[in-house]
Write a protein that binds this ligand. Sequence first.
Ligand code: SF4
Length: 320
Amino acid sequence: MTSAKRVLLAKPRGYCAGVDRAVVTVEKALELYGAPVYVRKQIVHNRHVVSELEKRGAIFVEETDEVPEGATVIFSAHGVAPVVHQEAAARNLRSIDATCPLVTKVHHEARRFAAADYDILLIGHEGHEEVIGTSGEAPDHVHLVDGPDDVANVTVRDESKVVWLSQTTLSVDETNATVDRLKTRFPLLESPPSDDICYATTNRQQAVKDIAARCELVLVVGSRNSSNSVRLVEVAKQAGANDARLVDFAHQIDEAWLEGVTTVGLTSGASVPEELVEQVLAFLAERGYGEVEEILSAQEKLAFSLPQELRRDLKAAAKA
Ligand code: SF4
């Protein structure tokens, strides 16, 4: 048995394919069209990423009507309701949609089941941008179910025509619990054709589960408004870590958390650049946690191409 201080580093961690695509979309748009480029909502839920893009000329707004007529606007990875596209068109904006293709897939499902007149039980967190966007595809058919305890509040028109869908960044275990309760209430409940919780969320939760029981403390690098990052803290605790904490930056680590800790687990949310993890590793190394073991749970190779409207303009600029 070793008593040397060490770090177990979860893999996969950090950037997913959808976040990478969204951030590169803003970077390329700034290069191609020049600053400023407007971005509706945080492009991804990470403070560092947003402030770096701001320095390069991105202007983040809450709503489309804050964007000057005719300017370029990028929609965030979390997706938008159709009405937002209509608002942008009415203001004559050049819009680029950086919605993650895995969120778009859920939008398609919502439209398809709404067209067949299903009641859609959307499992997700009230007020989250992704949930607002998906609900906006079929507002008359979607009912939000915010966790297992919300199941009792659901009412549907026809119990033989009900389907559940979900936000992409939920806890896998909690969502299964919610679905089980829904199935008890609605035995004919149908499931989505494929998982809505995305591969990145699933893999990062599994990776933190694989290290949590061996750690007295798990540090998750991520922002408070990042759903998948907050879920990693919960999953780490449920999987046996004595303590788990969310930090945006290394300097937010309270040294008191490390008292009596031999093994620190470390991971990061899907919107977190690796440099922030490296800064936490440096912080820990300075405090004696120099031994780092990376624990691989899954290989990830997925990559998405840039939004087609941006690809088209990049191609035209390359020819000019
Ligand atoms: S967390 Fe999943 S759904 Fe969200 S941007 Fe990343 S890959 Fe897409």
